[in-house]
Design a protein around this ligand. Structure first.
Ligand SMILES: [Fe+2]
Length: 454
């Protein structure tokens, strides 16, 4: 299902300027929207599990002076380079397969490796454009989206970082974590505005490896939600599942003090999250907004879990977590905010959602929702015939106010396969786009991206 229709990968790398724009691009919208996503270079060997498998491809729409340009490039890992030489896939599509090619196939340096998957996210910090994997060394990308190589932050982070680091808008620091299959299981780091990173610091209190996809920050804490989705490398080696869901263990939240003081663990009932929305300090407590799943659908037995916005109030003194639905009960994912509000109070969370129409590809999202967490107001943009990706906020550089800016989103027509970038005014996103940039090629549905002001 995830290799067809709006998910189908593309192979061509193109660079096209002066794209057709319907409506008018805001003159202050000056920069690039860049997005990453799984896009296997060759037909996968055996199974393909979205969104865990693939190769990375960056898609970029550059806006300025009312004009638009599009280009796209693979993230050229050693696996992509070797496979391009061979003309076919050699490695399995991702981590769910235990097969590893030997030296006779891929040479001694790559023998026994698994496919690197820097296909989840793309961020810029200290001028470095980074293509990020789930938890691995990022790839640094050049100005033409060429792959420059691993980014280890001066050697401080040889094992890499997570896919969802957070840049603190007040300090300019980028905070990240990393999990590991053996002790110490979970570490975190701070990358200063000048690009230097602290060596990984241990988050104590874990005795096995859990999968953790996202994080949040407040002024005081790095917030890490540890759900009972455990790595079981031995089972995977014997042909079983790499990930095992143990709901009886509950979900714990680590408040990792950014000043280096003791980590506080808080325990609660079991839930899963792929994505946080935001967090902030509230007196002694921490408020965490996120998209709550009853279980990680596809990775845990049980019926599909409809994800919805939720708020957890975390009390580090009592070690308790109280959770409740936030704003509405819409089925949503891919939450984003105005990143100038990361770590503090904020106004609007934008998400993808579904209209409930029958879709040619049921895994798709065909609407956006804008949830005002202060007023409880919900606005939706419900175009017909579009498979939509993650909305990303591009702030108005001349205005720091809430709703000052635009939401950008890539969409692909179910009926024609044509892709566009839609520019929605943040003040009234339900009214639809003020500008639509027609892209020269289809952009497959993908994962996360960033607005990079010029
Ligand atoms: Fe993600």
């Amino acid at each position: 299902m995830h290799l067809t229709g709006p998910f189908a990968p593309v192979v061509a790398e193109v660079d096209v300027a002066d794209l057709t724009v319907e409506g008018e691009l805001p003159p202050d919208l000056d920069g690039s929207y860049v997005r990453n996503g799984p896009n296997p270079r060759f037909s996968p060997l055996g199974s393909y599990v979205f969104p865990l498998d693939g190769d990375g491809m960056l898609h970029r729409v550059t806006l300025g002076d009312g004009r638009a340009r599009y280009d796209n490039r693979f993230v050229r890992t050693p696996m992509v380079v070797v496979e391009e030489r061979a003309g076919h896939a050699i490695w399995p599509a991702g981590p769910m397969s235990a097969y590893r090619p030997g030296a006779d196939e891929v040479g001694p340096e790559l023998a026994g490796t698994s496919r690197e998957l820097p296909d989840i996210n793309v961020v810029r910090h200290h001028g470095r454009l980074l293509a990020l994997a789930e938890c691995d060394r990022p790839y640094r990308m050049g100005p033409e989206l060429e792959t420059l190589g691993y980014e280890t932050f001066g050697g401080a982070l040889p094992a890499g970082i997570c896919a969802h680091p957070k840049i603190d808008p007040r300090t300019g620091e980028m905070l990240a974590f990393s999990y590991h299959s053996g002790p110490p299981f979970l570490t975190w780091t701070t990358i200063a505005p000048d690009g230097t990173a602290t060596p990984p610091r241990v988050v104590p209190g874990l005795d096995r490896a859990s999968m953790i996809h996202d994080m949040a920050i407040t002024a005081r804490f790095v917030v890490l939600v540890v759900s009972p989705l455990y790595f079981d490398v031995a089972a995977a080696r014997d042909g079983g599942s790499l990930l095992a869901w143990h709901p009886e263990d509950g979900t714990r939240i680590a408040l990792v003090a950014r000043d280096g003081s003791a980590v506080r663990w808080c325990a609660g009932e079991t839930f899963w999250l792929w994505h946080t929305v935001n967090a902030h300090d509230d007196g002694e407590q921490v408020v965490l907004d996120y998209v709550e799943w009853a279980r990680p659908s596809g990775l845990a037995p049980g019926p599909p879990a409809d994800p919805h916005l939720a708020r957890a109030v975390i009390d580090p003194v009592r070690g308790q977590v109280r959770r409740r639905p936030l704003v509405d009960d819409l089925t949503v994912e891919f939450p984003r905010i105005d990143d100038r509000r990361l770590g503090t109070g904020y106004g609007v969370a934008a998400t993808v959602t579904r209209t409930g129409r029958d879709l040619p590809h049921p895994g798709c999202w065909d609407a956006l929702a804008f949830h005002d967490v202060r007023s409880g107001d919900v606005r939706r943009w419900t175009p017909s015939d579009l498979a939509l990706g993650e909305p990303v906020f591009a702030p108005d550089p001349r205005d720091d106010g809430d709703d000052a800016g635009w939401w950008l989103v890539l969409g692909t027509s179910f009926s024609t396969g044509a892709s566009s970038l839609f520019v929605l005014p943040a003040a009234d996103p339900g009214a639809g786009p003020v500008a639509t940039v027609r892209l020269p090629v289809r952009v497959p549905l993908g994962l996360h991206g960033s607005w990079l002001p010029s």
